[in-house]
Design a protein around this ligand. Structure first.
Ligand code: DX5
Ligand code: ZN
Length: 238
């Protein structure tokens, strides 16, 4: 089956001046070995990842805790890759300026975590950040119809957020299709990112459904060689 034609995206072209339409691969550092973090980042960068996906968890929105702006600011010095922050925190509006300051290029927060999503999207764009909204598996894509014009990313969660290594929820493929229809129907320039349980068994189906970016934790950093794992995904999407 042929992938649907997609419009080129600004930051994608910044990375690929030849304009070839390539799926964005976004390894998630949640599964990386932080005792060897510089080496791990260099490895996926070398293997062709375009984004580094940074999962920020507060122990309240999700039952896990990771890192904040200090760690991201330090990592920023290690790599020119697009820093793609996924905030799984309550009241994200309180912290986005700090994450911007730390060097995040894209900031995605959860629709379920704030009552003022549109205001926050507008604020992110005003800071020069690509603004994203994530939705949990039980949140319908239709909830985005009044904010889609303000989104640079829609992140479809294909597991319940909080941990790496969970099983992919197949219904996410249908949600990607719905998000594609919403975005194309409104003619907006917005990436669809999928996060959770993504790997060799579903990557192609997700791209065919309309996904632009695949987040992968265990598939990449859980593999004996993250570069090999990333190249295998790239090859099966070719
Ligand atoms: C989970 C995070 C994901 C996580 C994905 O809540 O948002 O980014 O790292 O890990 P895998 O790919 O192992 O499901
Ligand atoms: Zn994530």
């Amino acid at each position: 089956m042929q992938s649907p034609p997609r419009r080129p995206l600004n930051d994608f072209h910044r990375l690929r001046p030849n304009g070839v339409d390539v799926t964005i691969l976004a390894p998630s550092l949640l599964s990386a070995d932080f005792a060897r973090i510089a080496e791990q980042i260099a490895c996926v960068q070398e293997a062709g990842a375009q984004y580094l996906h940074l999962d920020v968890m507060d122990g309240r929105f999700v039952p896990n805790i990771t890192w904040g702006p200090k760690i991201i600011g330090d990592l920023r010095r290690l790599s020119p890759l697009v820093f793609d922050a996924h905030l799984m925190i309550v009241e994200p509006e309180r912290y986005v300026d700090d994450f911007r300051e730390a060097g995040c290029d894209r900031i995605t927060f959860h629709l379920e975590a704030t009552p003022h999503a549109e205001r926050l999207l507008v604020h992110l764009r005003s800071m020069g950040v690509k603004a994203g909204i994530a939705i949990c598996p039980q949140t319908p894509v239709g909830m985005l119809q009044d904010v889609i014009e303000n989104c640079d990313t829609v992140l479809v969660m294909s597991v319940n957020p909080g941990f790496s290594g969970q099983k992919f929820i197949p219904h996410a493929i249908e949600k990607v299709r719905e998000a594609r229809a919403l975005i194309d129907g409104r003619n907006v320039e917005c990436l669809i990112e999928v996060d959770g349980g993504v790997g060799e068994g579903n990557a192609r189906a997700l791209v065919e459904a309309g996904a632009d970016a695949l987040v992968m934790g265990a598939t990449v950093f859980g593999a004996p060689d993250p570069a090999v794992a990333l190249r295998r995904i790239r090859a099966l999407l070719a």
